[in-house]
Design a protein around this ligand. Structure first.
Ligand code: ADP
Ligand code: MG
Length: 797
């Protein structure tokens, strides 16, 4: 500073000056737009201008020649940004403008300065000659009054209302557009403005100094005069303003360049944004692809991990398997060694076995020959057996003695038996009551078991399978043991009936390979010369009649119409039917025990056999008869029912004796079968090649002596029939025995011959073996080879 002012004086001067200037400004506002602005103090002054409307209107009216009244519709346009931009655009400098903070702080001086700068422009416009060489007008500045706020101004960082210029885009503020478009022109205008400003400054200084001279400090007061000061200050200010103008131009150019660059950048950004938008979907798609790819990658990685696990597992398994294989190889090697050793052992054993086999061959072949020959012998034996039976006679008499006391009698046994002789008949005699000695082919003493009795009877019964009819009579007084022998009890005490059935089915099973059998049974009883069916509950009281006549009598066989005949296939079935028959017999009689002793029980088994090999068919009947008690026979004192029973029993038993006698006598042409129901019924079974066995029973106690003698006499009479037959053939007992012995010796000779033949065969076999392979061939042994064989020796021989 070229001048120094005292502080007090400066303050006073400043306050006065400020007041004056405020008044000037207020006056200017009032003149220009008719608005009264309080100028007493800065606060009121600033407050009245705070809305910006007054200043904007002032700018519009005073600078742009607008109407003094604001447009009703444009209140928003009046704000300080627009105002400041407008000031700059009409030639004010930044330094001429106040700050909004000045208004807030009620600093009136800068505001007054701005308003007065506007007035200077106004005055310069109204008096162009006074401001030097500018000569410019508002129209030449191409200014547009402040009207409205421009939105979307993106040309710079300062958001400023524009002074719109016709022909330019609305989005571009007027001030900026003018600056860009007329940069160079404006540089010139600026220079003019600066010159004008300088002029105004000079004027102002001169006016100030004229009206209110500055108090100059003593240091400078004498060195510089006021004329000198104006002369000196003018060029300086001009110089400063000139440099300011240059700077202003430079900055404008820089801004222009910057603006261009920003525009280009903006275009590029827009383009890039458009491209980005266009590529959006592609990018999204790529993103999806990428995600899918990533997912697939993850899956692949997972699969690879699993594969790796599997690989590891496989490797471990392989390792284990290899180890196991190794171990197994070791074991196999061991096993191989063992095998080798076993093989050697086996080879040795095989050699030994071959040797043994060849040795066995020496034994087996003769045995086979013997077996083969045995079949022949067996067939021959059967033939001889029948021949012997024929010679001995088809009617046999055995006697069985019951144990004493079995019926409750305390009497001692008076029966003596001698059956020690192998060749003679068994003998039986009484100690008391009779001096007669009786002899029978077989006598079973009191100790004889059921099995022993059966063993003697069985060959006789087995003839049925060869097609012979068989009749087995149990004869004797009541209580002598007939039912015990025929029916018996359970287990070892079972009687002949049961054993016959068992034996029959056993033989059927043995022959089942070659024979077919058909078996049926029937059961009846004969009481008072009447037949009763025991196998049918409904018929048990129905009277049955015998039809037809015996074959011997020229008839075609007897038949009992309506009698139940049950076909059976196994032992239990027969047992059940037998049980039923016994029950019916007992139920049918009120006094069973008595009646059973007064009736004949007939159990018949019909056997039909068919040989599948040769087609031969045989029919046979086995009659197992439990006769009525023989004690009634001969009693004449009985009366009524008992007499009738006695007569019936007497009749039938006598008839039986007569028939047997007649059968034994070949001379007798007529056999009186029809004399009783019993013989009539058994006519077919007893005629022809039938085999009859009478098993007489003895009660050994003393009180039964007379009945015992009677039984033994009857048995002897029947047995005599045999003698009769012998007589008829002119043979006697010794001659018969001699014949039997002859046959036995034939069998023995045959056997010896067989053995001899077997021994002779041996060398030939040995020769054959030598030429044969290592393992000798032989005919296999099987059950079939033994089929026709029977281990039992014939009992009758
Ligand atoms: P029958 O039928 O001739 O009238 P039983 O067979 O009913 O005579 O025999 C009479 C009794 O004597 C029965 O109690 C029977 O058990 C018994 N008995 C018969 N024979 C024998 C025997 N050999 N051993 C044991 N007891 C017998
Ligand atoms: Mg009896």
């Amino acid at each position: 500073m070229l001048y120094s002012l005292s502080v007090e004086g400066m303050r006073e001067t400043t306050a006065q000056e400020s007041r004056m200037r405020r008044k000037e400004a207020a006056e200017f506002v009032r003149e220009a737009i008719g608005v009264e602005v309080p100028a007493e103090d800065d606060a009121a002054f600033c407050e009245s201008l705070r809305s910006g409307e007054v200043l904007c209107r002032l700018l519009n009216v005073q600078v742009y020649r607008q109407t003094a009244q604001p447009a009703e519709a444009l209140p928003k346009t009046y704000n300080f940004d627009n105002f400041f931009d407008g000031c700059l655009s009409v030639g004010l400098e930044r330094d001429d403008l106040f700050h909004l903070a000045d208004l807030d702080a009620a600093r009136g001086h800068p505001v007054v300065n701005t308003i007065l700068r506007l007035r200077s422009l106004w005055n310069a416009e109204r008096e162009p000659g006074e401001v030097g060489t500018s000569g410019s007008s508002k129209s030449s500045l191409n200014m547009t009054p402040l009207r409205s706020e421009v939105s979307g101004d993106d040309c710079g960082d300062v958001k400023t209302p524009g002074f719109q210029t016709p022909g330019l885009p609305e989005s571009l503020p007027l001030a900026r557009a003018s600056a860009i478009k007329n940069a160079k022109g404006r540089g010139v205008q600026a220079a003019v403005s600066v010159t004008r400003l300088m002029q105004q400054c000079t004027n102002l200084l001169n006016a100030t100094m004229g009206s209110s001279p500055l108090s100059i400090s003593p240091a400078s007061a004498g060195s510089v005069s006021p004329e000198r000061t104006v002369e000196t200050l003018g060029p300086v200010i001009e110089s400063v303003l000139s440099s300011l103008t240059s700077e202003y131009e430079r900055r404008l150019l820089k801004k222009e360049t910057e603006l261009k660059r920003l525009r280009a950048s903006l275009e590029q950004s827009k383009k890039a944004a458009a491209e980005s938008l266009e590529n959006g979907e592609r990018v999204a798609e790529m993103k999806r692809d990428a995600e899918e790819k990533a997912a697939a990658e993850t899956e692949r990685a997972k699969a690879e991990a699993e594969l790796e696990d599997v690989r590891k597992d496989r490797q471990e398994t392989n390792a284990r398997v290899l180890a196991k294989v190794k171990a197994l190889k070791g074991e196999a090697s061991e096993a191989k060694k063992i095998c080798k050793s076993i093989k050697m052992d086996a080879s040795l054993a095989f050699t030994a076995f071959q040797i043994e086999l060849s040795q066995l061959q020496h034994h087996i072949e003769p045995m086979y020959a013997v077996v083969k020959d045995y079949s022949t012998i067996q067939a021959e034996n059967a033939r001889l057996n029948n021949e012997i039976l024929d010679l001995k006679g088809n009617i046999r008499v055995y006697t069985r003695v019951r144990p004493p006391g079995a019926t409750g009698s305390t009497e001692a046994s008076i029966v003596n038996v001698d059956c020690t002789s192998d060749f003679d008949k068994d003998k039986i005699w009484l100690s008391e009551g009779s001096n007669t000695n009786f002899a029978f082919e077989k006598v079973f003493d009191e100790s004889s078991t059921q099995e022993k009795v059966w063993n003697e009877i069985s060959p006789f019964v087995q003839s049925a399978l060869d097609g012979y009819n068989v009749c087995l009579f149990a004869y004797g007084q009541t209580g002598s043991g007939k039912t015990h022998t025929m029916t018996g009890n359970q287990g070892a005490e079972r009687g002949v009936n049961t054993r016959v059935v068992e034996d029959l089915f056993r033989n059927i099973e043995r022959s089942s390979a070659t024979h077919d059998f058909d078996v049926s049974i029937q059961m009846l009883e004969i009481y008072n010369e009447q037949l009763r069916d025991l196998l049918d509950d409904q018929k048990k009281d129905k009277k049955l009649e015998i039809r037809g006549s015996s074959a011997d009598a020229g008839g075609s066989g007897v038949d009992v119409p309506g009698l139940t005949v049950m076909s059976v296939s196994d032992i239990p079935e027969v047992m059940a039917l037998m049980e039923k028959g016994h029950e019916n017999r007992s139920i049918g009689a009120t006094k069973m025990n008595e009646r059973s002793s007064r009736s004949h029980s007939v159990f018949t088994i019909n056997v039909t056999s068919s040989n599948r090999l040769n087609g031969v068919e045989t029919h046979a009947k086995v009659n197992l008869i439990d006769l009525a008690g023989s004690e009634r026979v001969g009693r004449s004192q009985a009366t009524g029912e008992r007499l009738k029973e006695a007569q019936s029993i007497n009749k039938s038993l006598s008839a039986l004796g007569d028939v047997i006698q007649a059968l034994a006598s070949k001379k007798k042409k007529h056999v009186p079968f029809r004399n009783s129901k019993l013989t009539h019924l058994l006519a077919e079974s007893m005629s022809g090649s039938s085999k009859v066995l009478m098993l007489s029973h003895i009660a050994p106690e003393k009180d039964n002596a007379s009945e015992t003698v009677s039984t033994l006499r009857f048995a002897t009479r029947v047995a005599t029939c045999e003698l009769g037959q012998a007589k008829k053939n002119q043979t006697n007992t010794s001659a018969k025995d001699a014949e039997i012995e002859r046959l036995r010796s034939r069998v023995r000779k045959q056997s010896d011959e067989n053995k001899r033949l077997s021994v002779e065969k041996r060398p030939a076999s040995a020769v054959a073996r030598k030429s044969a392979a290592a393992v000798p061939t032989r005919r296999p042994l099987s059950a079939a080879n033994f089929k026709s064989s029977s281990p039992e020796k014939p009992k009758w021989s």
